[in-house]
Every structure is written in structure tokens, then in C-alpha cells.
Design a protein around this ligand. Structure first.
Ligand SMILES: C[S@@+](CC[C@H](N)C(=O)[O-])C[C@H]1O[C@@H](n2cnc3c(N)ncnc32)[C@H](O)[C@@H]1O
Length: 405
């Protein structure tokens, strides 16, 4: 299966979707699809993922995303009738992808609704031993201040209360709602909402997420005729390349992905509470372990760009073992220093055995024959200081398309 040569029409649609930045700017508080269950940093737009899947695959094909992040590729593959295997080194990312792509039964969703009904009467309570364990392990760092402790205690109490009502799947969706509302309340904002405001928002998020999850299940069942879900691999390249989930599906028709960018330090794993104070609280809410620094998720520490390219090299060589000469590899990449990093990036691709494909339909007016786009506003995931860097260096991203030689 797969597509030998994408049509002009589908490439035009891919170009339009790539250049459309409305989605991210809009992506605030609405809950129109499972994509909005959590704002994972540096995610690409659903429209871009959908257009790439339609241009390079046909229904029934397999799409993989080895740097899957918040699950954009996985959701769009699932919605378009394509099999999908996705992986990420970040346990928060794999939790979110699983929570967003699960097909919740009506009884699970009824449990989430029932929990939402109890939220207006939830009060702050003293913390228990389980909370004390998370605190002792450091997951409450920077959410213990006079401004934040009430929201934190409310989250702890809500987790406890939901455990009384919810079973496995509904507990996952409830945790995802707590992550969503917690992110709204604590991440990248100066003024922390009151407990009353938080309670109201949580209730709203639980109810709207349960409804959106129900519509998602109906859409997937109509598309597939059966409850199909992506496989989520809980580890990163190069190790994940040997995971049975990748091996079992055989070579994919499309790899659709966006690795960390060279020299761009995105905070995938922390909330920034009241300025630059980093909190690992998302892992507490997801019931996952973190324990890594930023460089673990960005493939290198600041000022060690050589290490980044060594890791990219290992990752791309491992990825090459998963694909066939018919597989398209479509990736979005940005650079802190376009001039030197783009050529190094392309050298890594070439040495891993990939050759670049360029399409005139995508690169209208672009002197280098590639599709470039402006990075939409991402103020919510970078610090003010990093924002200067974004404005100066990383305001553009490129879509790179390759095939195995
Ligand atoms: C730019 S984000 C991907 C965002 C994704 N396209 C989305 O829409 O949400 C890059 C991801 O790569 C992950 N990552 C970093 N190193 C990795 C590795 N060695 N293997 C797999 N994933 C890795 C990070 O945790 C992060 O989630």
C-alpha cells in the first residue's frame, strides 16, 4: 500500500495546512476535540498532521511517530483510518497520548460525569500519606507557596475523590482533566485562580472532555468499523526501534514526526509556576515518574550541540531499520541557528541512508525548494528570556521530506 507520488491537490492542501497558524493561536480554552485535552509544548497542528497523512498514505496504511509528544499524529491517524505506532521518551507524553486516543465506554464516561457532579461540593482537606509520599519525592516542588497551595490541595483532594468513583479508564480521563485544569491554573500565569474558580473550571473540563471523548469514539468506530487505537511505546529512540510494537506492524507507509530541535530548549516536562519556578506536578497528576532534567527530553543540554547531533544520528539510524524504501518520512524541524544546523541536520539524514524529496507544490516562492513556515506564538511554553531567542533565531520551521535511499 502507501502512495508512490502524492497528488498535486493533496500537496496543495498540505501546504495550506502547514502555513495555517490559526489553530495554535486559537488553542486556548476550547474543548472541541481530544487534541485539546492538554496543551503539550511544541505540538504540531492537527490540520498539518491530517494533511500529511492524507497526502502520503491511504486508509489501512500504517503511520509511525517515534517522537510522538502529545499524540497529534496518533490521533489524526486514528481518525483517518490509519494504524499508528507512536513512542516518546517522556512518560507524560505517553500518558497523554494514551488518554487522548482511548475509546472510553459509556459506563466509563458516566463515571467521569458522576465525579464531575461531586466537584462543586469538594472542599480542601488535609493531605494524606499518599500525598506526603509524592511531596517527599519532590513532585510538589514550587506548588507549596501561599499563592499555590490551595489549588494544589484541591487537586490532591480531587484525585482522592475520583479514585472512589472511577475505575481504570475513567480514572485516566479524570487524571487528564486534572492535568488540563491544573495546567490552566498553574502553568505560565502570574495570578493563580481561587479554589472557587478552579472548581468551576474543573467541572466544566470534566464534562466537556467526557462528551468529546464520546464523540471521538463514535467517529473512530464509524471510520474503522471496530475500536482501533494506536500503540503507544513507552521509550525513546534508538531503544524503542526494537520494541515489538514497531516490529509487528512492519514498514510504515509514513513516518510523521517532529524531533526536538537543535539548540531549542522546550520545557516538555515541567510547568512554570509564577515566573520561572519549575514544577514536576504534571507527573504527580499523571501518576508517572519523571526524574530527568530538561536535556533528557531535548536530546542535549544547552551548549552541547555536538551531543544533539550524535543523538540525532543514533535515532535516525535506528529509525532507518524500521522503514522500507517506500516509506515517506515527513518531519517538522526548527533551528536555533538555521545556517549551520540545517546542513548538519541534512548530513545526519543522509548518513543514516535517507535522501531528500522536494515538491514544487509545497515550496512556492521558497528559494531552497522547501516548505518553511513561521512558528506560531508559543509564549505559553517558553520563558520570557527564551522568547527573545525564539523571536531572534527560531521563528521559522521547515518541513523536510525524505525516503530511504
Ligand atoms: C517537538 S516534540 C513532538 C511534538 C509532537 N509532534 C506533538 O504534536 O505533540 C518532541 C518530542 O520528542 C521527545 N523525545 C526526546 N528525545 C526522544 C527520544 N530519544 N526518543 C523519543 N522521543 C524523544 C520529547 O519528549 C518530545 O515529546
Amino acid at each position: 500500500m502507501g502512495i508512490t507520488q502524492p497528488s498535486h491537490q493533496l500537496l496543495d492542501a498540505l501546504r495550506t495546512a502547514t502555513l495555517d497558524t490559526a489553530y495554535v493561536s486559537l488553542g486556548g480554552r476550547r474543548t472541541a476535540s481530544v487534541h485539546e485535552f492538554y496543551r503539550y509544548p511544541a505540538r504540531f497542528s492537527p490540520g498539518f498532521a491530517a494533511a500529511a497523512i492524507e497526502a502520503f498514505t491511504v486508509p489501512g496504511d500504517t503511520v509511525i511517530d517515534p517522537f510522538g509528544g502529545g499524540g497529534t499524529t496518533a490521533i489524526e491517524a486514528q481518525r483517518h483510518g490509519r494504524h499508528c505506532v507512536t513512542a516518546d521518551i517522556n512518560s507524560l507524553a505517553t500518558f497523554l497520548t494514551t488518554a487522548k486516543t482511548s475509546l472510553y465506554s459509556d459506563s466509563s464516561l458516566a463515571e467521569v460525569d458522576a465525579f464531575a457532579e461531586t466537584v462543586p461540593s469538594l472542599r480542601l482537606k488535609a493531605i494524606d500519606q499518599n500525598d506526603a509520599d509524592w511531596r517527599a519525592a519532590g513532585y510538589w516542588r514550587n506548588i507549596e507557596s501561599p499563592e499555590t497551595w490551595r489549588v494544589r490541595n484541591f487537586l490532591a483532594n480531587a484525585l482522592r475523590a475520583s479514585a472512589d468513583i472511577c475505575s481504570n479508564d475513567s480514572e485516566m480521563l479524570t487524571r487528564c482533566a486534572l492535568l488540563r485544569t491544573g495546567q490552566w491554573a498553574l502553568d505560565m500565569r502570574e495570578s493563580i485562580p481561587t479554589v472557587g474558580e478552579f472548581r468551576e473550571q474543573l467541572c466544566q473540563d470534566l464534562l466537556s472532555m467526557a462528551e468529546v471523548a464520546r464523540l471521538h469514539r463514535i467517529h473512530v468506530l464509524e471510520t474503522w468499523g471496530q475500536p482501533m487505537r494506536p500503540s503507544v511505546v513507552e521509550s525513546g529512540l534508538p531503544e524503542s526501534a526494537s520494541d515489538p510494537a514497531f516490529r509487528e506492524v512492519g514498514p510504515p507507509a509514513l513516518v510523521l514526526t517532529s524531533p526536538p530541535y537543535p539548540g531549542v530548549y522546550v520545557n516538555y516536562h515541567r510547568w512554570k509556576v509564577r515566573g520561572r519556578r519549575e514544577s514536576p506536578a504534571p507527573y504527580w497528576l499523571a501518576n508517572r515518574l519523571d526524574g530527568h532534567g530538561l536535556s533528557h527530553y531535548t536530546m542535549s543540554a544547552r551548549n552541547s550541540i555536538d551531543l544533539y547531533f550524535d543523538k540525532l544520528d543514533a535515532a535516525m539510524n535506528a529509525l532507518a531499520t524500521l522503514v522500507s524504501p517506500d516509506t515517506w518520512l515527513v518531519q517538522v524541524v526548527g533551528f536555533s541557528d538555521v545556517h549551520s544546523h540545517l546542513s548538519r541536520y541534512l548530513n545526519v539524514m543522509e548518513s543514516a541512508g535517507f535522501i531528500e524529496a522536494r515538491f514544487g507544490e509545497l515550496a512556492v516562492d521558497a528559494p531552497d525548494g522547501r516548505l518553511w513556515r513561521r512558528v506560531p506564538s508559543r509564549r505559553w511554553w517558553v520563558s520570557a528570556k527564551d522568547m527573545e531567542g525564539v523571536a531572534r533565531n527560531t521563528s521559522r520551521e521547515v518541513v523536510l521530506i525524505h525516503k530511504l535511499r
